[in-house]
Design a binder for this molecule. Structure first.
Ligand SMILES: Cc1cc2nc3c(=O)[nH]c(=O)nc-3n(C[C@H](O)[C@H](O)[C@H](O)COP(=O)(O)OP(=O)(O)OC[C@H]3O[C@@H](n4cnc5c(N)ncnc54)[C@H](O)[C@@H]3O)c2cc1C
Length: 386
């Protein structure tokens, strides 16, 4: 087994780290403070060829492997977790879904502007009464001449109001439950679509999380993604790969926390020596570093399997479950290592701690990841019994 990255993966990782270090990291605290959507960072991602980077070149993509993309989410999130999620939603939850489920005409029409950064993508599944239980969505799609009319309210939508294209999931036949959901590509310009104000959040504060309100929005047939009534499968399949991105975000945040905390221990002195020389501080660092490496290994395996087309439902959920947990625990340790300074906004540790928490919630909470892992695990045991 060879754990080394290929030359191409190393080159992509180095370039992403450089962009993140030079352009994203210096502004992360400011975006966190002002809650200003970092449009500048999105434009830099477009210029660098990172948007749609796994897609074929004929649609404007970069033809990079899935592991390379994962390395980029990690690098960008290490510098600025807000930028990490904007990038992840645009690529995994929107562009990749259009590629996987779109017709040739839709791919040619929608993907090039997404890859060039002229259009920003979003994913609108969650509703006030349908989060983990996504099949319970109440937004409706009624058949009309030449298309569909959408009504309903989506909540907590990343890139809300800032995005130009929304993958909206709505019930096209309520008698069929999850088998009666259809996915629509709805443009920001569609009459009847509106957005709530950006919600105030604990972390990833500049990522623009809003409600998306749909009032008699007409969507023509050529903006239906995939087969009518089969949108729920698209929603789940898309989240499946999106979870790799969130695990990568968690790993990036934890790496930033370890770097900051370790450097601090070599400067701060108490009782006549550097705090790095106190055994209990070393213990914290050792735990953080070990958990980080374990999370990274789970993540890279899941990303590699996904890229190779190997079924990885369990491995992806394990990676997200573990990486998000150790990111939350590790960033708390980071705050502890800095003592009172860790609690102050002047240092990045408290922001990292706030940013880490969301990785346990979106794209499937940790409880839902445990359900997925347990289901897959027990399937295997049941298979062995028979
Ligand atoms: C900042 C942010 C950005 C987001 N971005 C998007 C986005 O871009 N697009 C989008 O569609 N959604 C988005 N979401 C929504 C997110 O995916 C949901 O919040 C998440 O799936 C949980 O749903 P919920 O909030 O309704 O919680 P609920 O489903 O109500 O869950 C509440 C609690 O119950 C637990 N629980 C629920 N069901 C079970 C069960 N069967 N077994 C055990 N425990 C269970 C949950 O784990 C949780 O702890 C975002 C959310 C946030 C906070």
């Amino acid at each position: 087994m060879d754990f080394r990255l290929t030359e191409e993966e190393q080159a992509i990782q180095a370039a992403a780290r450089e962009l993140a270090r030079k352009e994203f990291a210096p502004h992360a605290a400011e975006y966190d403070r002002t809650h200003q959507f970092p449009r500048r960072n999105f434009d830099l991602l477009a210029q660098g060829g990172y948007l749609g980077m796994t897609l074929p070149a004929r649609y404007g993509g970069g033809e990079a492997g899935y592991l390379s993309y994962t390395l980029c989410v990690e690098a960008f999130s290490q510098a600025c977790a807000t930028t990490g999620v904007i990038f992840e939603v645009h690529n995994s939850l929107h562009s990749e879904a259009v590629f996987n489920h779109g017709t040739e005409e839709q791919r040619e029409r929608f993907l090039p502007p997404l890859c060039r950064g002229e259009r920003l993508g979003a994913y609108a599944l969650t509703e006030p009464n349908a989060g983990s239980d996504a099949a319970a969505i109440a937004a409706t799609a009624s058949r009309v001449d030449g298309g569909w009319r959408l009504n309903g309210r989506k909540v907590f939508i990343t890139n809300g109001g800032e995005a130009d294209e929304y993958l909206v999931y709505a019930s096209s036949d309520s008698s069929r439950g999850s088998r009666g959901i259809t996915c629509f590509i709805v443009p920001k310009e569609a009459p009847g679509i509106s957005f709530g104000p950006p919600l105030e959040k604990l972390g990833i504060r500049a990522s623009a999380t809003t409600d998306v309100i749909l009032e008699d929005v007409f969507v023509p047939d050529d903006r239906v993604l995939g087969t009518v009534h089969e949108g729920y499968k698209i929603a789940l399949r898309t989240l499946h790969s999106g979870r790799i991105g969130i695990a990568a975000q968690a790993v990036g945040i934890l790496q930033a926390s370890l770097d900051n905390a370790a450097r601090y221990t070599l400067q701060r002195e108490t009782f006549g020596k550097k705090i790095a020389d106190h055994q209990m501080i070393q213990w914290h660092l050792a735990e953080m570093a070990t958990e980080l490496e374990a999370a990274r290994l789970l993540l890279y395996r899941a990303a590699w399997m996904h890229g190779e087309g190997i079924r990885a439902t369990k491995e992806i959920s394990m990676a997200k479950l573990f990486a998000s947990r150790v990111a939350v625990e590790g960033t708390l340790r980071g705050v502890q290592i800095l003592g009172g300074y860790g609690y102050m906004s002047e240092y990045p540790q408290e922001r990292l701690m706030r940013d880490a928490k969301i990785t346990e919630i979106y794209e499937g909470t940790s409880e839902i990841q445990r359900l997925v892992v347990a289901r897959a695990l027990l399937e295997g045991y049941r298979g062995n019994d028979s």
